[in-house]
Ligand binder design. Structure first.
Ligand SMILES: Nc1ncnc2c1ncn2[C@@H]1O[C@H](COP(=O)(O)OP(=O)(O)O)[C@@H](O)[C@H]1O
Ligand SMILES: [Mg+2]
Length: 335
């Protein structure tokens, strides 16, 4: 009782990542001159997914988004940091202790085909999480699976079909039903619409939006599709080379981006008006690293100590940007 950092239960985030990191050790060279190179796929990632909210995680391919999601799900061991699910640290829980928490956090991937067992009927596929967790009788599980197929827009007749008979959009619906049948509070959606055509994409986004509201779900929405992120997410975090470089309310990112990497991502959004069409061109890492913003303390929304090491600092309420911080001019002259 009475811990100073204690907050009201209603304010505990659905999911919180604190200082999360993953270093892969890659072996290179031959048998005689074997070397190991460290690849920092994810570094010092802090993310807060509020209850009942949708947080977008964006960045180009290879920036570390999926690795972050896989660690949050405890499907990949972090090399640093902590994962808190509804305020409980699940970072080091063993498989038995983790099982009840697995019910609370589920995932939908881009390629659901590989996740849907081709030998099972769709009813079996959707009911499987209930079976794994020993919930209900076989009849009850079958009935709930059919009800979930309907809820994601597939009539009950689909229950006796197989994954290979479905279109890409229908498969994503099945994957969503399977992910939500346990009634999780957190859904991690890793590029769930990236393989779909534009019209189908919109249907799946609408479905996710409806389910999020009905169930009070919290969604970590991983995507490189910025127009989808803009329409769906409350808040957006931008990842570059394994780090979060900017995070803000959605309009803070789309209307007032401060980091050069965020701006280059926004510039790469395909323009619908052909007169405005720009070529999709990312700046190189070296180029961007040389361009980390330098902000004076006076420009910041909080009191931040000067630092030559780039780190996330508040430029407006709720808007964080990776920057170097210089002393204010008046502080400098007064010291
Ligand atoms: N199992 C692995 N072993 C080694 N390197 C990996 C592994 N998984 C991912 N990586 C590397 O980590 C970086 C981040 O990958 P990833 O998280 O998949 O990025 P994103 O999802 O943003 O495209 C990439 O450089 C990728 O090659
Ligand atoms: Mg990925």
């Amino acid at each position: 009782m009475g811990r100073p950092d204690r907050i009201a239960p209603g304010d505990v985030p659905a999911l919180e990542l604190r200082g999360l990191g993953k270093t892969f050790h890659l072996r290179s060279g031959g048998v005689l001159r074997r070397r190991s190179t460290a690849l920092h796929a994810v570094r010092d990632v802090d993310l807060v997914l509020p209850r009942n909210g949708i947080l977008g995680l964006v960045g180009e391919s290879g920036s570390g988004k999926s690795t972050t999601g896989m660690m949050a799900l405890r499907l990949l061991e972090p090399t640093a940091g902590r994962i808190l699910l509804e305020g409980t640290d699940i970072t080091t829980l063993g498989s038995a202790a983790l099982k009840p928490w697995r019910q609370k956090m589920q995932v939908v991937f881009q390629d659901s085909y590989s996740a849907l067992d081709p030998m099972f009927t769709l009813q079996q596929v959707v009911a499987e999480p209930l079976r794994i967790h020993g919930i209900g009788t076989p009849d009850e599980r079958a009935e709930r699976a059919l009800a979930w197929l309907e809820r994601v827009g597939l009539h009950r007749g689909y229950g006796s079909r197989y994954a290979h008979e479905l279109s890409g959009g229908q498969r994503q619906r099945v994957a969503i039903a399977r992910a939500l049948i346990l009634g999780p509070s957190v859904l991690i959606a890793d590029e769930p619409t990236s393989a779909l055509d534009v019209s189908v994409k919109a249907q799946i986004i609408n479905l996710l939006q409806d389910l999020q509201q009905d169930m009070g779900l919290s969604i970590l929405f991983i995507s490189h599709d910025l127009s989808v992120v803009r329409s769906l997410c409350d808040r957006v975090a931008v990842m570059f080379a394994g780090r979060i470089v900017e995070a803000a309310e959605t309009e803070g990112i789309f209307g007032a981006a401060r980091h050069p990497y965020t701006r280059s991502l926004l510039d790469a959004i395909p323009q619908l008006d052909p007169r405005n069409r720009r070529r999709r061109q990312f700046r190189s890492r070296e180029d961007l690293a040389a361009d980390i913003p330098v902000l004076s303390r006076a420009e910041l929304a909080g009191d931040v100590a000067p630092s030559d090491t780039p780190r996330l600092v508040p430029v407006a309420p709720g808007h964080l940007v990776e920057a170097r911080v210089t002393a204010d001019p008046d502080t400098r002259s007064g010291a």
